[in-house]
Design a protein around this ligand. Structure first.
Ligand code: AMP
Ligand code: MG
Length: 497
C-alpha cells in the first residue's frame, strides 16, 4: 500500500507527446476540500486510503500539489457530435496526472476532471461543477457495481471558487481512473487532419498496453484487423450490458466512445424507471438520436466512424481497406444480438437457448412498455415468482396496472421454463445475480446532489455503499428500490456540466 503522492508514475502520455498529448499543469484552485474518497478504486491503485484520508487528499487531487515524478498531460481528440464532424475537441478540462501499474500488473491512467484550462478548452473555463461531478462519481460506481465496464471515480474534491453556468455553482474536481482514456475520436482527429502517420503509434500504444495477445501478431495489417475486431466486440458487449439494465448514456458522440469498450463521459445519463423503449434521457436531444432503443444502432454508426479513421492501417490500397473495414463491421450486429439475448435470457432465468426466446423477451418488454412498468423492479420481481402453473403471480404482476396482461405473459414464461428451469430456489438465486434491486435512479442522484450542495456528503456515501452491491437484498435500504416519487417525474437533464 502506497501514499497517493508517492505513486510510481510512468508518464507515457508525456513520453508520446504531440500530436497526441500536450504537457499541461493544472490551474491552482482556492482552498480545495475533501468531498468523497473511494476505497474500492484506491485498492485498484494500491493506494492506502486510510492514510490518504488522514493526511488529506484534497491538495493532490485538486491539482494544487503535483505528486513527485508526475508529468501531467491533456489528450487531443475530435469527434462526431450528433452525427456531425465537430473538429478538434480534446481534454478541455481534464488533465491526466500520469499512468501507473499496480502490483497485479494492471495499468491505470489517473486524471483530474475540472482541473483548469488546457489548449483544448476553447471558450470554456476548464472547470466542473459539483452537481455533474457527483453524478459521474455515482454513475460510474453504479455501473462498476453492476459489473459493466466503465471508467472509475477515485475522489471528489470541492472548492468554493464560483463557476458560472446557468447560475453560479460550486466547483469540484473528479479524479477519474481508467485503463485507458483513448476514444474513437482520438483516431478520427488524426484522420481528419490527414496525420495518417500518427495513427499507428496511438494504435500500438493501446494494443501494447491492453491487448497482449493481439500485440503478439507480427503482421501489421493482421494485427490492426484483430484489434478492430476486438474494439467492435467490446462495443457490442458494452451496449448489450447497458440495454440489459435499462441504462441510457445520453451523449453517444464518438468522442465519448472508449476504444476499450468502457462507459465513458457521464453527462445526462440515466437509468430508466418506467419502461419506454424510446426513452430520451438528455432533454437537449430532441430528435432522440441517443434514445434507449437507438443505442445498439448508434454503437454501429460510431464504430463506422472509428473504422473509417483507421482505414490506412487495415490495408495499403484504399479500396482493399474499405472492404476489410466493412467486413469487420458486419460482425457487429450478430455480436450485439447474441450478447443481448444471452443477458435477457439470464434475466428471465433461462439456462438454455430455444428459438422462441427472443419473441418471449419482446412480448414481455411490450407488456411493460404499454403499462409503463418499472424496468428494474419488474425483472427483480420476476425472480421471486414460482414456476408452478397455479402459483400466485405476485410480486411480478403487482408491478403492472394491467394484471391480466402480465399474468398471460407469465403463463407463457412458465411453459417455457418447463422441466430444466423449474427449481424455484435455484432459479431465484441465478436471477438475483443478474437483475439488480438497486440502480442509480435520477431522483436518488438528485437527492444526493441537493444535500451535497448544502455541504452534507453523507447521501453520496450512503448511495455509493448501496450501489456497489446492487444485487444484494439489503432490506435496511429497501426504500432505495421504491418507485420514484411524483416530484421526480419532471426532472430534466442536459449536457450542461
Ligand atoms: P463533454 O460534454 O463533457 O463530453 O465535453 C465535450 C467537450 O467539451 C470536450 O472536449 C470537453 O473537454 C469540453 N468541455 C466541456 N466542458 C468544459 C469546460 N467547462 N471547460 C473546458 N472544456 C469543456
Ligand atoms: Mg466528452
Amino acid at each position: 500500500m502506497q501514499d497517493l503522492w508517492a505513486l510510481d508514475w510512468r508518464n507515457r502520455g508525456a513520453a508520446m507527446g504531440e500530436p497526441w498529448y500536450t504537457r499541461q499543469q493544472p490551474t491552482a484552485i482556492d482552498a480545495p476540500y475533501p468531498v468523497v474518497f473511494n476505497d474500492d478504486v484506491a485498492a485498484l491503485l494500491d493506494v492506502d486510503s486510510a492514510r490518504a484520508r488522514r493526511e488529506g487528499y484534497a491538495e493532490v487531487l485538486s491539482g494544487n500539489r503535483m505528486p513527485d515524478g508526475a508529468a501531467p498531460v491533456s489528450h487531443r481528440y475530435g469527434g462526431h457530435q450528433f452525427g456531425v464532424w465537430a473538429g478538434q475537441l480534446g481534454d478541455g478540462r481534464a488533465i491526466t496526472l500520469g499512468d501507473i501499474v499496480n502490483a497485479r500488473g494492471q495499468a491505470y491512467d489517473i486524471q483530474l476532471k475540472g482541473a483548469g484550462k488546457t489548449p483544448y478548452s476553447r471558450f470554456a473555463d476548464g472547470r466542473a461543477v459539483l452537481r455533474s461531478t457527483v453524478r459521474e462519481y455515482l454513475g460510474s460506481e453504479a455501473l462498476a457495481g453492476l459489473g459493466i465496464p466503465t471508467t472509475r471515480a477515485l475522489a471528489i474534491v470541492g472548492s468554493d471558487a464560483p463557476v458560472y453556468r446557468e447560475t453560479v455553482e460550486t466547483s469540484a474536481i473528479l479524479t477519474r481512473v481508467a485503463p485507458s482514456l483513448v476514444r474513437f475520436g482520438s483516431f478520427e482527429m488524426l484522420f481528419y487532419h490527414r496525420q495518417f502517420d500518427q495513427l499507428a503509434p496511438l494504435a500500438d500504444h493501446v494494443i501494447a498496453t491492453h491487448h497482449a495477445e493481439i500485440a503478439a501478431i507480427e503482421n501489421d495489417a493482421e494485427r490492426y484487423r484483430a484489434w478492430v475486431a476486438e474494439v467492435i466486440a467490446l462495443t457490442a458487449e458494452l451496449v448489450a450490458d447497458w440495454q440489459a439494465v435499462g441504462f441510457c448514456h445520453g451523449v453517444l458522440n464518438t468522442d465519448n466512445m472508449s476504444v476499450l469498450g468502457l462507459t465513458l463521459d457521464y453527462g445526462p445519463f440515466g437509468f430508466m424507471d418506467s419502461f419506454d423503449p424510446e426513452w430520451i434521457c438528455n432533454h437537449t436531444d430532441e430528435a432522440g438520436r441517443y434514445a434507449y432503443n437507438q443505442q445498439p444502432a448508434v454503437g454501429l454508426w460510431n464504430l463506422g466512424r472509428f473504422v473509417q479513421a483507421i482505414l490506412p492501417l487495415l490495408a495499403d490500397e484504399p479500396d482493399a481497406a474499405v472492404e476489410v473495414g466493412q467486413q469487420l463491421l458486419e460482425d457487429y450486429r450478430g455480436l450485439y444480438d447474441r450478447a443481448y439475448l444471452a443477458r435477457m435470457r439470464a434475466k428471465l432465468g433461462l439456462c438454455d437457448a430455444l428459438d422462441g426466446d427472443a419473441d418471449l423477451i419482446e412480448r414481455l418488454l411490450k407488456v411493460m412498455a404499454v403499462d409503463g412498468a418499472d424496468f428494474t423492479r419488474t425483472f427483480r420481481a420476476l425472480g421471486h415468482v414460482s414456476a408452478a402453473p397455479r402459483a400466485t403471480g405476485a410480486p411480478f404482476a403487482d408491478e403492472f396496472v394491467d394484471r391480466d396482461a402480465a399474468l398471460a405473459w407469465l403463463a407463457d414464461w412458465r411453459t417455457r421454463l418447463g422441466e430444466t428451469d423449474a427449481d424455484d430456489a435455484r432459479r431465484a438465486e441465478r436471477m438475483r445475480l443478474v437483475n439488480p434491486k438497486y440502480v442509480l435512479r435520477n431522483y436518488l442522484a438528485q437527492s444526493a446532489i441537493e444535500r451535497a450542495g448544502q455541504g452534507d456528503y453523507s447521501e453520496i456515501e450512503r448511495l455509493h455503499a448501496i450501489l456497489r452491491r446492487p444485487f444484494d437484498e439489503q432490506p435496511e435500504h429497501a426504500d432505495y428500490a421504491r418507485l420514484p416519487p411524483d416530484w421526480a417525474r419532471g426532472l430534466m437533464l442536459s449536457c450542461s456540466s
